[in-house]
Design a binder for this molecule. Structure first.
Ligand code: SAM
Length: 339
């Protein structure tokens, strides 16, 4: 059996003592200061509520993922799956784990390259996102996919069983991202591939000019927005679970949900200490991994407001080419050292 254990309910909030109470007020703001939750628990709970609510609209609200990342995943999937088949000849098919699978974006991108006996397991803590994934893939590659609920920082799988581990736009949502990477390393076979994409590139945000450009982009109204219906549903769920004394601000919600994103730490301010540096990760949790590919890129111009105005989209894409150099996001392919 593949799963060691699959928790039905995640022990995220109830009765958790606040380990860092002194930070609580400044970290979570007025509305979310009611319960004694650690910052880590708040980030987890906010993510769960947020994605349960956003699930039905996720694919439409995030063209920067669904359109922006699709080609990369499909091309890498084709090449790497073919390579894995030549190197792992167990005859039992390939096992792939997509951590933080959401509505099944990576599973669909890889689906065309799966063969009989292969299995993609999508893991996510939001039941709302998992339900969308199951219904989206029904009738397509669903017989080769399983979607299970779980915490990325505590993977419910045995050691060294997956040939490939994928993460798309998940690491910056998890308070303890180092545990996620350690867990991925534990579950990945020696010689297997680790792919991560759509993560904020810390290197990019070291430049004051780029931080200024990112602030201007937000000020011009193109930043991430919470529509009224989503904002109200999130607050009513927070209030039902006694997590908020009064309505949490949209800014607080985004700051906690996008916990390691440099651009969501304030209305305009960009936090250069947030985000991830691949060289730093390779010197710590990913030591011993061979870097196959690093791609620094941007998809920020895939916002609904810009997609409705093709001329503005072209201006934004040209500005991105001129200004970016590095790209505010990165994707990477790494191979774990063989045993
Ligand atoms: C931006 S979405 C990305 C979804 C999908 N990978 C994609 O590219 O469309 C982030 C996902 O991470 C999930 N998530 C956040 N924290 C998590 C955790 N600790 N464990 C498992 N999933 C988590 C959310 O529920 C959400 O589905």
């Amino acid at each position: 059996m593949l799963h060691r254990q699959l928790p039905l309910e995640l022990p995220l909030s109830k009765g958790v003592a606040c380990a860092r109470k002194e930070h609580r007020q400044s970290l979570v703001g007025e509305g979310l200061a009611e319960r004694s939750l650690s910052e880590a628990d708040l980030v987890a709970k906010l993510n769960q509520v947020f994605y349960d609510v956003e699930a039905a609209q996720y694919d439409v609200r995030h063209p920067e993922v669904i359109e922006g990342d699709a080609q990369w995943w499909s091309r890498r999937g084709e090449v790497l799956i073919r390579d894995l088949r030549t190197r792992f000849t167990t005859g039992r098919g390939l096992l792939i784990l997509d951590v933080g699978c959401g509505t099944g974006f990576v599973a669909s991108a890889l689906g065309n390259y799966l063969a009989d006996g292969d299995l993609v397991v999508g893991l996510d803590q939001s039941e709302g996102m998992l339900m969308r994934a199951r219904s989206k893939l029904a009738g397509k590659t669903v017989s080769r996919c399983r979607f299970v609920r779980g915490d990325a920082a505590r993977l419910p799988f045995p050691d060294h069983i997956f040939h490939m581990l994928t993460l798309n736009s998940i690491l910056h949502h998890v308070y303890d991202y180092r545990s996620v990477l350690r867990e991925c390393d534990r579950a990945l076979k020696p010689g297997g591939y680790l792919l991560m994409a759509h993560e904020p590139n810390k290197e990019f945000f070291q430049s004051p000019l780029r931080r200024l450009a990112a602030s201007a982009y937000k000020l011009a109204g193109f930043g991430m927005k919470l529509p009224k219906d989503i904002y109200e549903q999130i607050n009513s769920r927070l209030s039902e679970s006694h997590l908020a004394a009064s309505a949490a601000s949209a800014e607080d919600i985004l700051r906690l949900v996008e916990y390691h994103s440099p651009v969501e730490q304030g209305a305009v301010r960009i936090d250069k200490n947030k985000g991830f540096s691949l060289p730093e990760l390779r010197a710590t949790e990913l030591r011993g991994y061979v870097l196959i590919e690093l791609n620094e890129y941007s998809t920020f111009y895939h916002r609904p407001q810009l997609e409705r105005r093709p001329w503005l989209m072209r201006v934004a894409q040209t500005a991105a080419r001129l200004l970016n150099g590095k790209g505010n996001l990165f994707s990477a392919v790494l191979r774990k050292a063989a045993a």
